[in-house]
Design a protein. Structure first.
Length: 242
């Protein structure tokens, strides 16, 4: 009879890339699509002034669906972040881990004042991000207008505008999401507000918050460099007529 295979060893760590980390396991590597959700992580890495390698990808190319990248991110999405011998696949987890391990001044530790608010904003960024992703899909990826649903686009635009009210209520009275000043969650939510401005008209308070974000040197260094692929080619995408 064949030998019984050994039981897998339980682990709580995120999975490494197949075959182990790419390159030096101590190196930080970010796989990034310019202007996409991965810009949150590039911005944060710049804020933390960490050494890292950047792998720029084109959402419209076949590279993200190829075997090489599948070994890094089985779903074929960005971002992916190699750090401390593992690969993280969710941008929210990347923000929390980077702040916890490299930028405690941008974090709120368990038990610290502001911890619940920090976590709430971190995950609320995904609420905004999902509406942005749906609108990006409709406006940019469905190139044939006949394949788009005007009803869905109208609903998503309205939902994004409504979700932004929560951010507006906070930044109308203070510069950043946390009362103590700029924090890692501003990279997550700030990117969402700035990108939302391509699909909805930002209120003065939201525009001022977006302007404070874009004025930061670390944000400007996260913008696409000359020759890099551009996800968005328009400053604003109007809701098409029914």
């Amino acid at each position: 009879m064949p030998d019984t295979p050994p039981e897998p060893t339980p682990t709580d760590a995120p999975p490494p890339a197949q075959g182990g980390p790419v390159g030096d396991s101590g190196e930080i590597i970010l796989w990034h699509v310019p202007l996409s959700r991965s810009m949150r992580i590039l911005w944060l890495l710049n804020e933390l002034e960490l050494p890292f390698a950047l792998r720029v990808m084109d959402l419209r190319s076949k590279d993200m669906r190829g075997a090489e990248y599948e070994a890094i991110h089985p779903v074929g999405r960005a971002p992916a972040l190699q750090i401390d011998g593992s690969v993280i696949h969710e941008s929210g987890a990347m923000v929390e881990y980077l702040c916890e391990t490299r930028g405690p001044h941008l974090w709120r530790a368990p038990g610290a004042e502001g911890r619940l608010g920090w976590l709430d904003w971190l995950h609320f960024a995904e609420t905004l991000g999902q509406h942005i992703a749906n609108l990006t899909q409709s406006h940019l990826m469905l190139r044939d207008p006949s394949t788009r649903s005007h009803t869905v686009m109208k609903l998503e635009t309205a939902r994004l505008g409504r979700a932004l009210r929560m951010v507006e209520q906070t930044v109308d009275g203070q510069d950043w999401l946390m009362a103590g000043g700029f924090a890692g969650v501003d990279c997550a939510v700030g990117w969402s507000v700035w990108t939302a401005g391509r699909f909805v008209r930002l209120t003065p308070a939201l525009q001022a918050y977006a302007d404070r974000c874009t004025a930061r040197p670390a944000f400007r260094r996260a913008l696409p460099q000359e020759g890099e692929p551009q996800l968005y080619t328009q400053d604003f995408y109007e809701l098409p007529d029914a």
